[in-house]
Design a protein around this ligand. Structure first.
Ligand SMILES: [Zn+2]
Length: 357
């Protein structure tokens, strides 16, 4: 039954007005992560896949298209229905090979619960990534610099090479913030409220987190309307995002600065990526040569650092918003910017890894 005008709360009215250009909206939740501001979060009733952050008259909002959870739950069902995918989860011998990608949950109970957990975990990574854009004040920057009112994830074509380059740097920052906040959150939910996350305590939450996040990068790249990986692409390639993820989540030093335990060795992003890209290749979803893509991604990593001018601009916006995430020379927080030596080290690690597969 559709709601009459008076049935909407004030939050729902604001949310609906902000996102009505995309479609009808759902009920709305207030997110209050850092006690600075509240962010309005809800779903937009659309079959396609997108996540959008926006700043409207001082209100910060995140809208996710309902196509995203639908796609994710189908994808993870298909993944874990394959007896050869992630055999360490549950009892894969209960699954039967199905060449037609028929949508059905895995037959093994544990794998079925894992598929649900993966879908939820991936959605939360997207949510934390959007929160990253908001908290790091990327919305202020793209509004003032590029006259963009809505920060869309898919598909997005920048108007200039400069805008594309800046946006790719912002994406890396948002992934960085999302990596630690979502991993921390996921572990807490797994431990404290296992029913809510469909947790089977025999499973390793770190492994599920890695599978969920790396799958997301592959899915987003696969769905990108602008398949040409040209200079106006607004997002780093999934391979670049993978390299960054490897840096953040499995680095002991980085985890220490973020006050969390590093990712379990068995959930190392490179191992999980190896399994996933093998599966995607078998399913013919990946047509290009992953080895060449990794090498290209590694070469281009130094372009994913923000210029000083923009770093200062963001720092000023953050002061105005009321909470500064980082500043130059501040070592008390994990600096979201990577240096050249780190990037070179990680790219050679990835190339070595690919050489062994
Ligand atoms: Zn983004």
């Amino acid at each position: 039954m559709s709601k009459g005008r008076d049935d909407f709360s004030e939050d729902e009215r604001v949310f609906r007005a902000s996102f009505q250009r995309y479609g009808p909206t759902s009920s709305v939740t207030r997110l209050d992560e850092d006690g600075v501001r509240e962010i309005l979060f809800g779903y937009i009733d659309r079959r396609d896949i997108n996540a959008i952050a926006s700043l409207q008259a001082g209100v910060e909002l995140i809208g996710i298209f309902s196509g995203l959870p639908n796609y994710l739950s189908r994808y993870f069902d298909i993944l874990l229905s394959d007896p050869d995918a992630f055999v360490e989860i549950g009892d894969p011998s209960k699954e039967a090979i199905d060449q037609h990608d028929v949508e059905r949950p895995p037959k093994c109970e544990v794998r079925s619960r894992a598929a649900q957990a993966l879908s939820l975990c991936a959605q939360f990574f997207v949510l934390f990534h959007e929160m990253g854009h908001i908290k790091l004040c990327h919305l202020h920057l793209v509004r003032d610099e590029f006259a963009a009112e809505y920060y869309e994830e898919l598909p997005l074509i920048a108007i200039s090479e400069k805008e594309a380059r800046i946006r790719r740097c912002l994406e890396v920052q948002a992934d960085h913030l999302a990596a630690f906040t979502s991993l921390n959150w996921w572990r807490m939910k797994w431990r404290d409220n296992p029913l809510e996350v469909h947790a089977d305590l025999s499973l390793n939450p770190d492994l599920l987190w890695s599978i969920a996040v790396i799958s997301l990068f592959l899915i987003f790249d696969h769905l990108r309307a602008d398949k040409a990986k040209d200079r106006t692409s607004t997002h780093p390639t999934p391979y670049q995002r993978l390299i960054m993820l490897t840096m953040y989540a499995s680095s002991e030093e980085a985890a220490k600065l973020a006050h969390i335990e590093p990712l379990a060795k068995s959930a190392h992003p490179l191992l999980v990526w190896g399994s996933l890209s093998e599966w995607w290749g078998r399913r013919k979803y990946l047509s290009d040569n992953p080895q060449a893509k990794v090498e290209e991604a590694a070469r281009d990593l130094v372009n994913l650092m923000l210029d000083d001018e923009y770093m200062d601009m963001l720092a000023n916006y953050q002061k105005r918003r009321g909470y500064q995430f980082w500043s130059k020379g501040d070592t008390s927080r994990f600096n979201p910017f990577l240096n050249r030596e780190d990037l070179n080290a990680i790219s050679s690690e990835i190339q070595k890894f690919r050489g062994n597969v």
